[in-house]
Design a protein around this ligand. Structure first.
Ligand code: ATP
Ligand SMILES: Nc1nc2c(ncn2[C@@H]2O[C@H](COP(=O)(O)O)[C@@H](O)[C@H]2O)c(=O)[nH]1
Length: 189
């Protein structure tokens, strides 16, 4: 029975880069669905399933999404089959979600979910988002959400482990810490 390692935290904290470095055939990524447009480096079926709003709503209505959320006016959701397959399989898998996704999966599969909060300070997030080059409105919205929600104690509280990956942190050290957390024996409640 596989565990699901969930990375969550504010936009540009480094979740995708961590996922990219950790994913391998023995530790696959679970690809979620979104209605937001792909970024220039993103490929459908690799980074996300990029869906039209109609198709996303259709999957919701058919019960194909085990959880979903809205972020920045776009839909994001996890295919029920992807989670059921990962849990039934022999290997751990990884996924990037927001807090709503963490809570939904923890409620349904409490023994299978290891949630790791990845944080970074606001100055780092602002620098990285500016470098990414989204619209000013989108960048401002992502930073506002980080400041008001995603960097609060309440947002981090459900995490099984939390770490900080601000500018100045050696990314290799971040990866080492994440690997240690994943490898550490599970605490029993
Ligand atoms: N320790 C670090 N120091 C400097 N830059 C970093 C560090 N970690 C990650 N980055 C860079 O920060 C940028 C944002 O990282 P990434 O795309 O992984 O964030 P994310 O949390 O997945 O964001 P989003 O949720 O918006 O997709 C990338 O350019 C990444 O290379
Ligand atoms: N609850 C869910 N959250 C998800 C899912 N897929 C991604 N996300 C989260 O959305 C925001 C924005 O993502 P971005 O790629 O546009 O930066 C981020 O917090 C992701 O973690 C999902 O299926 N369910």
């Amino acid at each position: 029975m596989g565990r699901i390692i969930v990375l969550y935290g504010p936009s540009a904290s480094g979740k995708s880069e961590i996922q990219r470095q950790l994913t391998n055939p023995g530790f696959p990524r679970i690809i979620t669905a979104t209605t937001r447009p792909a970024r220039p480096h993103e490929t459908g079926g690799v980074h996300y399933l990029f869906l039209s709003k109609e198709s996303f709503l259709d999957k919701m209505a058919r019960g194909e999404l085990i959880e979903w959320t809205e972020y920045n006016g776009e839909g994001y959701g996890t295919l029920r089959s992807s989670i059921e397959d990962a849990i039934a399989g022999p290997a751990d898998a990884n996924i990037i979600l927001d807090l709503a996704g963490v809570l939904a999966l923890k409620e349904r599969y409490p023994k299978h979910i290891l949630a790791i909060f990845i944080g970074a300070d606001l100055a780092s997030l602002a620098r990285r988002l500016a470098e990414r080059g989204g619209t000013a409105a989108e960048t401002a919205n992502r930073l506002r959400k980080a400041r008001e929600e995603e960097l609060t104690e309440a947002y981090m509280q459900p995490a099984d482990a939390a770490l900080w990956n601000s500018d100045g942190t050696d990314f290799a050290e971040t990866l080492k810490r994440v690997r240690e957390i994943i490898a550490s024996p599970r605490r029993e409640a």
